[in-house]
Write a protein that binds this ligand. Sequence first.
Ligand SMILES: NC(=O)c1ccc[n+]([C@@H]2O[C@H](COP(=O)([O-])OP(=O)(O)OC[C@H]3O[C@@H](n4cnc5c(N)ncnc54)[C@H](O)[C@@H]3O)[C@@H](O)[C@H]2O)c1
Ligand SMILES: [Zn+2]
Length: 405
Amino acid sequence: MQRFTLPRDMYHGKGSLEALKTLKGKKAIICVGGGSMKRFGFLDRAKAYLEEAGMEVALFEGIESDPSVETVMKGAQAMLDFGPDWIVAIGGGSPIDAAKAMWIKYEYPECTFEDMCKVFGIPELRRKAHFCAVSSTSGTATEVTAFSIITDYAKGIKYPIADFEITPDVAIVDPELAETMPKKLVAHTGMDALTHAVEAYVSTANSDFTDPLAIHAIEMIQKTLVASYNGDMDARHAMHTAQCLAGQAFSNALLGIVHSMAHKTGAIFADYGAHIIHGAANAMYLPKVIAFNAKDPTAKKRYGVIADYMHLGGKNDEEKVALLIQFCRDMNDKLNIPHGIKFYGADSYPTEQGFVPEEVFLERLPEIAKNAIGDACTGSNPRQPSQEEMEKLLKCCYYDTEVDF
Ligand SMILES: NC(=O)c1ccc[n+]([C@@H]2O[C@H](COP(=O)([O-])OP(=O)(O)OC[C@H]3O[C@@H](n4cnc5c(N)ncnc54)[C@H](O)[C@@H]3O)[C@@H](O)[C@H]2O)c1
Ligand SMILES: [Zn+2]
């Protein structure tokens, strides 16, 4: 038996933020990030719509990028103090993910962060509040997914919380919110979305329910991501839809080791002054993982199908896989994303010598590989890597060398 779960209502298209007026309740808490939603007027509009719906509104502001366990605990306390029956999270993946984890703690104050991280182990929510997510970036699709990614900074590790209990009740996918994204954010979140769709399509948990969503997302991303990056607003709108379709696919088909590796490398070099941004990590690792997974005959065939839908050419699956890998690498070039960690600058742009020194990478490699194998996304990857293979793969991701094993 498989399960397919999505938000009950998904409002989409320009102006759909107004759907906040339709929520029924007494008290809503709006969870937001560091200021972009306020600056561009979306926070005020959201607050006004909720007040129009007759709700008392409180704000929890300042949720940082790659939110921490501490922020989750603080937000949960604010919820316990205010007692909302709606949690409205607005912004990128970070504030929405943080709000999802706060929601768990709000409903079950005794639940620890460790408890939350038990995959598909969240107790029944919605005893206190329902959840509405409004996305302002075009990548994570957390507005429709059963996931929340929280960083434990003491360990330097990102933990995915995974359970259909945290799939939002209402998703609002208003492309107007995505118009203000800076170029770099468009690039990173867009490649995150492409990775979601590709990993979902070759995941061992794929199904006829998720395949059409993944394939259509890939086709749309191929047509619109670069144009969106270069400022075409019709393309920007299409990308906002495409990433949501990819999210609907992966929330139900799960992901693979591109994400396992991104989760375990993202914050681990923070002591050297930067993060490897989630979408950029995915963009660098995706071509390597395609080469690794293509040794599995089913995955190879499925990559071939993706290449066919993209009209990449190729006479056989071997050639199609190579063309798909080349497509991903070309995307990185067009979006100013490096091809390996060694070349990843502290500002995320390609450079001769990035911020992660070689000796530091090699020293931490066994631990990173072990953690990546243990990540919740590894189980649905089409090929299960050994410790040795994961270390080799990560080395290819560092040096940008070919994966031939
Ligand atoms: N829950 C999931 O299913 C899932 C999937 C993939 C990634 N993630 C997680 O999501 C987080 C990344 O989220 P993200 O990529 O959406 O970025 P983000 O939420 O971290 O935001 C990045 C920056 O962009 C700004 N910003 C957001 N929207 C903007 C807009 N419309 N205009 C201008 N500025 C804007 C924010 O203020 C912030 O400074 C990571 O922690 C990642 O691990 C979650
Ligand atoms: Zn992702």
